[in-house]
Design a protein around this ligand. Sequence first.
Ligand SMILES: C[S@@+](CC[C@H](N)C(=O)[O-])C[C@H]1O[C@@H](n2cnc3c(N)ncnc32)[C@H](O)[C@@H]1O
Length: 294
Amino acid sequence: MAKKATEKSASRPLEAGEVVVLRDRRERRYRVKLKPGGEYHTHMGPLSHDDLIGHEEGGFVATTKGNKFLVLRPTLTEAVQELPRHSQVIYSKDLGAILMHGDIFPGARVLEIGLGSGATSSALLRAIGQGGSLVTYEVREEVIEGAKRNIAELVADPSNHTVQLRDAYEEGISEQGLDRIVMDVPEPWRLVERAAGALRPGGILLSYLPTVLQVHQLGMALQEERRFQLPETVELLERPWHVTKQSIRPEHRMIAHTGFITTARRCEPAPAWGKPVVETVAVEAVEAEADPLT
Ligand SMILES: C[S@@+](CC[C@H](N)C(=O)[O-])C[C@H]1O[C@@H](n2cnc3c(N)ncnc32)[C@H](O)[C@@H]1O
């Protein structure tokens, strides 16, 4: 069986069954799944799959008319953009931020709510590695098979991923002692109390939302649930740049808005803090020591 693009770091030749991306001289992209005996027809002449199989990634191949293409395996960012999708996938800039703000680490026990097309699941699986586990709840049965196919394309061995057909709003969360919960559903505030019950102390709840009204409603629910502390919301803007010898400027187009990432830490219920007690004498002594003029 062909190894997937994401599987190994060592350099190895392209194999039958792999997806590769060809780039012409203008950097236009052509996605090809390699099949022994196959032929890819381009406006610059046909290209034999057999010439690609066994070729090194990062090299150039020529059509029968002599036109050259650069050949590379797709990165996860490229692959996510091209996934067959049943719902809005999370863009790679936000996937990267989810992994960092959610502090997704190798070996983590993660619950994801909202499978969609499986882009987020794939990024989570890559980050937790084989030592971690990912459970994903999804309410729409019809999206599950397609998402699993997408994940199988992007992740070398997704055997530590379980998908459950489940309405999290109605049926709640069964997992306990979780390190992280990642939610991409429209009404995450309905799950805040149950997420607090399922996360271990110090665990992180992360929610991805497209509108500020949703962020506000989630923020209010987090404030009410005393087991969550340190709520934070971030938005990332990614502006691509055009860089050539003659001209360096932002690209004319950028994606203006995708979504907001909100996180909070699962802690003990907040105590009534009371009035701070200040040791006045000790503080003065320290200040006097620190200032050489006194
Ligand atoms: C925007 S999509 C998630 C996209 C996903 N993050 C990705 O990168 O492909 C939201 C998904 O949440 C699912 N969903 C909505 N409400 C849900 C619920 N109560 N329980 C479980 N899944 C739910 C929807 O069916 C949909 O597939």
